[in-house]
Ligand binder design. Sequence first.
Ligand SMILES: Nc1nc2c(ncn2[C@@H]2O[C@H](COP(=O)(O)OP(=O)(O)OP(=O)(O)O)[C@@H](O)[C@H]2O)c(=O)[nH]1
Ligand SMILES: [Zn+2]
Length: 350
Amino acid sequence: MENPILFYEPEAPYGYLSNFARFPINDGAVTWKTVEHFYQAQKFNNPNIVAQIHHARTPADAYALGKQYDEQVRTDWHQRKEAVMRDALQMKFTQNHAIGHWLVATRPHTLTEHSFKDDYWGDGGDGHGKNRLGHLLMNLRQELSITPPYNLIHFIESANLPTDWGIFNMHGFEDPDTGVEHVALTFGHWKEEESVLIRLHSECLTGDALFSKRCDCGSQLRRAFQNIAQAGTGAILYLRQEGRGIGLLNKIRAYHLQDQGADTVEANEALGFAADLRQYDFCRGILHYLNINKVKLMTNNPRKVKALREVGINVVERVAIQEGQNVFNERYLSVKATKLGHMLDVISPV
Ligand SMILES: Nc1nc2c(ncn2[C@@H]2O[C@H](COP(=O)(O)OP(=O)(O)OP(=O)(O)O)[C@@H](O)[C@H]2O)c(=O)[nH]1
Ligand SMILES: [Zn+2]
């Protein structure tokens, strides 16, 4: 393992790894403010003590109560505590989606609770301690890293992205199988049970960045930003699937054939590609990270709706996004409608 990540204070870097970090856990019956509240309460059979710890305002108060009633700790606690801690960490990192992906992203570093006060769960401050918390976290990290949806995409980092439509949050991801980088842009906040307005936008350098009129992508991207800003919440998953998955240079080869009369499907096929090579499975990992369970999908492409549902994404509504129709892309749009099933009110070319 490479150089250790030392964690302790919840407010410090990697503080989310601390049992004092404010991530609630639900044990099926009760919601606990933090892992510390849950862990301290499991020491006792006395319901009054358990209730006092459950209502403790802070994890430090919960810890203090655990100490205060030390002589009433259950007799089998020493044998049970590791299993209790393991359950608590499992709940914390799977019920709070983003930190589960953050934990996986700490690989391959050693995780060490750098605590001068605790040489069982921590390292004792000078490394003589057992660091059992660090070891349980690394075991859980290994488990999650091979489990969907954590293994479908790797979260890398987030940053702010000021745009013409407001300040979005940008989240970078990497496909563990292909190394392809993807981006999600989020605006506002939502609860897991809400349906969120999203756009799965396939990268189109020509349309998104070079103001091309050969397609509708750039106009659709701008409209997606506008719709989300107006709605107050939403997300754009910007997927590096240039050319419906054949890449930029092959798309230029396809455009070259289209300049000679082929349509957008015939050109792909003439190059030996299917009409649409895009896969969406990894999107499940991105949406899980973003705590999005139900989506209102901005698209004209029913095949995309079907493809997302097939990989387990709950599309509750399709929101039309017809933008940017012009003389240069009329034929392209009408072929998408007739051959690729797009739902477009296309003015058929003369
Ligand atoms: N191979 C190929 N790709 C194209 C062509 N025109 C646009 N694209 C790519 O198609 C992708 C966008 O797909 P679209 O069919 O426009 O739209 P969609 O994402 O399937 O459906 P919507 O969600 O309604 O936009 C981008 O990756 C573009 O680079 C083309 O003529 N040939
Ligand atoms: Zn395009």
